[in-house]
Design a protein around this ligand. Structure first.
Ligand code: HEM
Length: 446
């Protein structure tokens, strides 16, 4: 306890955060990593750089497009379960949706509300309710199974209804409480701790299968398999489940709400929605061709979708990123002592009109200026962090969300039944969650 935090808000402070050799990423996140995934300091510091370099290579720009085919197939597979038409919470559509069976939730229970308005016990009670195929408020699966099948092992996401519910409930509870768990002793967070242990046990049980898994298509190893190799090489295999948990959280906790916000922004801006639909039709033809393929070239012909994703991320960016001060640093007239945490808010930075004119407006066209072909974002865009340890999953996340949006819009006419929800200000860590309901109506395109 008792961290001192200094928030940098002016250019000089931001430059220190981004460039000074006296501020350090690893030591800033080590303690939260220990609390949330029980990875001790020495293990974390011994493995971090190796794992980071591996991830950057494996899911970075060089290898990225090898995922396009499999991502498209996985998304098609999941979307098949959606049926021809319906209404549901948009959040449930993008987060997780699978074999037509998940539990339904009440009208006002969106993901953001989940942890806050219901205790875990109450949630469990909700989960025991009988299922019904009618009614709009089902929990669906899309990015959860797709991400897990791609990055861990095909089939890791449970198929059985009860198991899906159990998994979903524990992941939600873990994600909701992550920020508290990263700061407080676990014994004070009984339900969160229960879910953390459940997820660790899930990995413990599945690690032998993940290790021996062979892709039916090629010999490539999944990200988790390569991670396990490194963890074993360093003789830290007893911590393998802990790394599984960390990767699970990192790969889902931001990408899912970003998919939500992108669709919500697009559907609530009719002219942008119309332009996107014209683009999708011109690239993929009229709707109805099931299981169309998506290529790298196709994606290049649809830049507006990528701009919309980036603009959604800009507007709902993580509340903070953090670095530890190793030696005193001078910012303006202040000396920030060693041991302090330097905090930078991408969310706040993205609202500076000098960097982003009309910052509160959803203006995907501002991304025209970014050299995305060369993998450069706009200056001052910091949603993926910055510097040596910038998010290694950023290009994978963008690709996954791009294909997800294309397939949903290609297959279905979609409209929102509620206004764009407000963002919840409950969390500083990670992208912002929606507050309140936002229902989507979808109908198969003919
Ligand atoms: C839109 C979605 C995403 C956002 C906004 C996001 C954002 C971030 C941010 C802000 C950081 C901290 C960087 C820093 O402090 O400089 C980070 C780290 C990380 N992200 Fe992401 N992320 C996203 C998706 C993903 C995905 C899909 C993966 C995995 C496939 C991933 C894996 C990671 C990992 C492993 C780290 C820790 C890096 C390290 O320890 O050095 N992220 N992410």
């Amino acid at each position: 306890m008792g961290n001192r935090m200094t928030f940098v808000t002016e250019e000089e402070g931001i430059n220190v955060f981004l460039k000074s050799k006296e501020v350090n990423f690893e030591l800033a996140v080590q303690n939260p990593v220990y609390r949330t995934a029980s990875i001790p300091k020495n293990t974390f510091l011994a493995l971090h750089e190796k794992l980071y370099i591996m991830m950057k290579g494996k899911i970075g720009t060089f290898n990225l497009y090898q995922f396009t085919g499999q991502l498209t197939e996985e998304l098609h597979e999941q979307l098949e379960n959606l049926g021809t038409h319906g209404t549901m919470e948009l959040n449930h559509l993008v987060s997780n949706f699978s074999s037509a069976i998940l539990w339904h939730v009440e009208h006002n229970l969106s993901r953001g509300d989940f942890g806050r308005q219901m205790s875990q016990d109450k949630a469990e009670e909700g989960l025991r309710r009988p299922h019904s195929c009618s009614g709009a408020f089902w929990q669906w699966n899309l990015l959860y199974p797709v991400t897990m099948n791609m990055l861990f092992k095909k089939g890791l996401f449970p198929r059985n209804e009860g198991k899906i519910r159990e998994f979903y409930q524990h992941f939600q509870a873990y994600d909701e409480g992550f920020e508290y768990g990263s700061q407080m002793p676990e014994c004070l967070l009984r339900n969160w701790s229960k879910s953390k242990k459940w997820l660790l046990a899930l990995f413990e049980k599945n690690i032998p299968d993940i290790k021996t898994y062979k892709s039916a298509k090629d010999n490539s190893m999944t990200l988790m398999q390569t991670m396990l190799d490194i963890v074993e090489m360093e003789r830290k295999e007893e911590k393998s489940p802990n790394y599984g948990l960390l990767l699970l959280w990192a790969s889902l906790s931001n990408a899912v709400p970003v998919a939500f916000w992108t669709l919500a922004f697009v559907l609530s801006h009719p002219s942008i929605h119309k332009t996107i639909m014209e683009g999708v039709s011109s690239v993929f033809g009229t709707a109805g061709k099931d299981k169309m393929k998506v290529s790298e070239d196709d994606l290049k012909k649809l830049p507006l979708i990528k701009w919309c994703i980036l603009e959604a991320i800009r507007l709902r960016a993580p509340g903070i990123i953090t670095r530890k001060v190793l030696k005193p640093v001078k910012i303006l007239n202040y000396t920030v002592p060693s041991g302090d945490l330097l905090m930078l808010s991408p969310f706040w930075l993205h609202r500076n009109p000098e960097y982003f004119p009309e910052p509160e407006l959803f203006k995907p066209e501002r991304w025209k200026k970014a050299n995305l072909e060369k993998h450069a974002f706009l200056d001052w865009f910091m949603a993926f962090g910055s510097g040596k340890y910038q998010c290694p999953g950023r290009w994978f996340a963008l690709l996954e969300i791009q294909i997800c949006i294309i397939l949903i819009l290609y297959k279905y006419d979609c409209s929102l039944l509620d206004p764009l929800p407000k963002q919840s200000f409950l969390h500083l860590v990670g992208v912002q969650q929606p507050e309140g309901q936002c229902r989507i109506e979808f109908k198969q395109r003919k």
